[in-house]
Design a protein. Structure first.
Length: 468
């Protein structure tokens, strides 16, 4: 019987397939496109390998691509029909069960299974990585942190994959609000390997959550060649760069990044990339910068996908695109379709609760906002703002919705609420020009000229300081 590099047994997997799986794990950790061909090679060399089949299934669901998941579900069902469960290792059986659960829509069961698995096998790299991604897609910050933190003491720091483990841990720490520790761990991971793009991403998120946009830009500039192309995270990290540019008041730079790297003529229409494009343009829309041509092209890309009710987080960003393009009927139809889908129970399908509790209310709120019904937007978003995480994504991604609430409160004249929301934001991101400019707008509305001038001056000081 063969084994992986950590001595974990692999049944129905010969030496050739095991080598391909090792290559696949390495590519997975660094978000390299070579991961999919390596898994295909492993399956070709060992058609009965349970780990190779589970690995292939995981790739199909982590990208939140509905069609990929549907194809994988059929392939995995054929594998399971001939799967000799008794002959497989207990660890492999858990992988098969976790992959099956996720393919069936029960991402929470998959997370639990993988969590139990890494308690017994903390160096099962595939289980750690996939569980980490599942925690991200469900917005579970505590598990995003602790799933990785719980296995670290079982690893040798000299292991070449310990660096990516640090990168994952840094992201969990950031999402859980441990910014100093996240920065320390994330920088350590990047120092081990500059091409650890998930670690780069973790550091950038930490800068974002602290409003340290100048330092974030400098961090990305110092290692552009390592993260900006040739990996699955390049678009997302360019999106972060554009967010830093927006914070600095450089809309032209943000749009240049959008056109060159976020949504281009060559973009393949992947959900993870389209949602970044929507989230960037939506921030401009909130600032009354309409961008009709860019919205139109983006809405076309979303419409071409013909997505069903697969992942509510994606749905919300499709709605943003339709609204930004002025295609209200398509936005409203998407929400109606999801409401109709919710009328039928879907036991075990995590997206049912995501859609019902967050996706549909946010969709209605975005529609109300663009139609100028700001009070309605506030009334829809205010009750769910503290649990937006349950439909996935990161704090930085979900901030587009939080900013919509702030803007709606301002436009609705609900000054007490707007003051509260801005005060909350300044408390955790005192170096954010957006927060200070928003405070200035509120002070202007309330006739507090001196306060407005002071807040605007602070925002301008922060922008000026970032340029030195």
């Amino acid at each position: 019987m063969t084994a992986d590099r950590h001595g974990l047994a692999l049944t129905a997997t010969g030496e050739e397939a095991a080598a391909h799986l090792e290559q696949a794990v390495d590519s997975l950790l660094f978000f390299r496109p070579a991961v999919a061909p390596a898994v295909r090679d492993a399956l070709a060399a060992a058609p009965g390998s349970p780990i190779a089949h589970a690995f292939s299934a995981y790739l199909s669901v982590m990208a939140t691509e509905e069609r990929d998941a549907a194809d994988a579900r059929e392939r995995f069902a054929r594998f399971r029909a001939d799967f000799d469960r008794a002959a497989a290792e207990p660890r492999e059986r858990v992988h098969v069960d976790a992959a099956s659960a996720w393919l069936d829509g029960d991402i929470h069961r998959a997370r639990r299974l993988l969590g139990d698995l890494v308690v017994a096998h903390p160096r099962d790299t595939l289980a750690v990585f996939v569980g980490h991604q599942a925690d991200f897609l469900t917005g579970d910050a505590a598990r995003l942190r602790d799933r990785v933190g719980g296995v670290m003491s079982a690893w040798d720091p000299a292991d070449p994959h310990f660096g990516p483990l640090l990168g994952m841990y840094a992201f969990g720490l950031e999402e859980a609000g441990h910014y100093d520790r996240s920065m320390e761990v994330g920088v350590s991971a990047v120092e081990r390997n500059a091409e650890d793009v998930w670690a780069v991403h973790a550091v950038v998120h930490t800068y974002e959550m602290q409003g340290r946009f100048g330092e974030g830009t400098a961090f990305l500039d110092a290692r552009t060649d390592a993260w900006s192309a040739g990996n699955f995270l390049s678009v997302h990290n360019w999106w972060h760069y554009a967010l830093f540019a927006l914070e600095a008041g450089d809309t032209d730079r943000a749009l240049a990044i959008y056109d060159a790297s976020v949504h281009t003529a060559e973009s393949e229409g992947l959900a993870m990339e389209l949602l970044d494009a929507s989230a960037l343009l939506w921030r401009l829309l909130l600032a009354r910068d309409e961008q009709p041509d860019r919205w139109g092209a983006l809405a076309d890309a979303w419409a071409a996908r013909h997505d069903g009710p697969f992942y509510a987080f994606n749905d919300v960003h499709a709605i943003m695109a339709y609204l930004g393009a002025g295609r209200f009927a398509e936005a409203e139809q998407l929400v109606r379709d999801r409401v109709l889908w919710l009328a039928t129970p879907h036991p075990g399908v995590a997206n049912h609760a995501m859609t019902e509790e967050v996706g549909v209310p946010v969709g209605h709120a975005l529609i109300a906002f663009v139609k100028g019904r700001y009070d309605q937007t506030v009334d829809l978003l205010l009750p769910i703002r503290s649990r937006l995480n349950t439909f996935g994504g990161s704090h930085a991604q979900r901030d587009a919705v939080q900013k919509t609430l702030v803007e709606a409160a301002l436009r609705a004249g609900r000054d007490d609420l707007a003051r509260t929301l801005v005060s909350e934001r300044l408390g955790v991101r005192p170096d954010s020009p957006y927060n200070w400019f928003t405070r200035a707008r509120l002070a202007d509305r309330m006739g507090r000229a001196a306060e407005a001038a002071a807040a605007r001056g602070r925002a301008e000081e922060l922008i000026a300081a970032s340029r030195h």
